[in-house]
Design a protein around this ligand. Structure first.
Ligand code: FE2
Length: 348
């Protein structure tokens, strides 16, 4: 169901206030062909009411002819910022950037963040944004999980379906997504609610068995029958199963890049208001699947790049895989049991 402009303006105000927007701040809205008109319109009203100065920068889409999907996350690599000196300068001079187009990670974006500019991505349809408006409590919960993950030296993931994956940790930072940008140089995504990190390079080993109902993104489908992925020294070396496995292999092979099969981020979902089942209710092109990435208790892992974490792998192919019913242990301590988050004490 649609949401009213009034609801969206209120939602924007909450996100902007949590993001410490001040009267007089200069905010640049990045837009492109896929920008939702209501999201843009209501952001401009909210910014005006909060006393910010808003600019709009329209950037043309790139890589559409290379991607096999219309999903904006389906093909990484160059972005509209690559070599775009004027756009980079404008964004560096902004206090806050609202990315309503899906800029995607790039060295240029990292450079902009280093200047202190905050960047908030918001591209899900308005009703999803309104349902998943972030809160201070979301931040606190993600902060606690991130603090625990930062201390960990090994993540061990198991499931009744046969998953048994070990990821030595410590080489890469922990990234927390809670839906707003309250610190200089912070990037985040509204909506979200999860923590991720990357296994030490070449050290993840084991088996991941996707069970019926686990999700593949950008395919935006529920796996119908088990898919067994073998992980050896940081790479997926075999994908076995029925039709779902054949489709996944063919999609990944199309990129013709061995780095497509590297393990990317590993972590778990913490957002109670995100639902596993919503993907079944939407057209594939109407959402990028943030409910799936963030629903509470998922084990979210992925394949492809690690440059977002400071590594040098820039694979264009990136598959996000939220799984249900997994147990996630850090150095032997269970954080998620059978898909249920075990609460940590606030000061743990
Ligand atoms: Fe991802």
């Amino acid at each position: 169901m649609a949401v009213s402009d009034t609801q969206m303006i209120d939602a924007w105000k909450q996100v902007l206030t949590l993001s410490k927007l001040q009267a007089g701040d200069i905010v640049t809205l990045l837009t492109s062909d896929g920008t939702h008109p209501q999201t843009l319109r209501t952001a401009l009203v909210a910014l005006g009411q909060l006393g910010a100065r808003a600019n709009r920068l329209e950037l043309p889409p790139v890589n559409g002819e290379k991607s096999l999907s219309r999903d904006p996350l389906a093909y990484l690599g160059t972005t509209p910022l690559s070599g775009n000196r004027a756009a980079i300068a404008a964004l560096k001079e902004s206090d806050l950037v609202l990315d309503l187009m899906t800029l995607l990670f790039s060295p240029e974006q990292l450079d902009i963040l280093k200047s202190g500019t905050r960047i908030l991505l918001a591209v899900e349809p308005p009703e999803i944004l309104a349902r998943l408006v972030p809160t201070e409590a979301d931040r606190a919960r993600v902060n606690r999980a991130a603090a625990r993950l930062e201390r960990a030296r090994e993540m061990h993931v198991t499931s009744a379906a046969g998953t048994d994956l070990r990821c030595p940790l410590g080489d890469y930072p922990v990234i927390q997504e809670y839906g707003f940008v309250d610190q200089p140089g912070r990037w985040d995504h509204w909506p979200s609610g999860f923590v991720v990190t990357w296994a030490n390079e070449g050290q993840a080993n084991g088996t991941v068995v996707l069970d019926r109902g686990d999700i593949l993104l950008p395919q935006k489908c529920y796996v119908q029958a088990p898919v067994r992925l073998t992980v050896r020294e940081g790479y997926v070396t075999a994908i076995e199963g029925g039709l779902d496995a054949d489709l996944l292999r063919d999609y990944m092979d199309a990129f013709d890049d061995p780095e497509s099969y590297a393990l990317s981020h590993v972590g778990w979902g913490l957002q109670k208001r995100a639902r596993w089942s919503t993907l079944a209710l939407y057209d594939r092109e109407a959402t990028i699947g943030m409910d799936a990435r963030a629903f509470e208790g998922n084990f979210l892992w992925s394949t492809g790049p690690n440059n977002e974490a400071g590594g040098d792998r820039t694979a264009a192919c990136h598959i996000d895989i939220p799984m249900r019913g997994c147990t996630v242990r850090l150095d032997g301590e269970t954080l998620v049991r059978d898909g249920r988050v075990l609460e940590q004490e606030p000061d743990a």
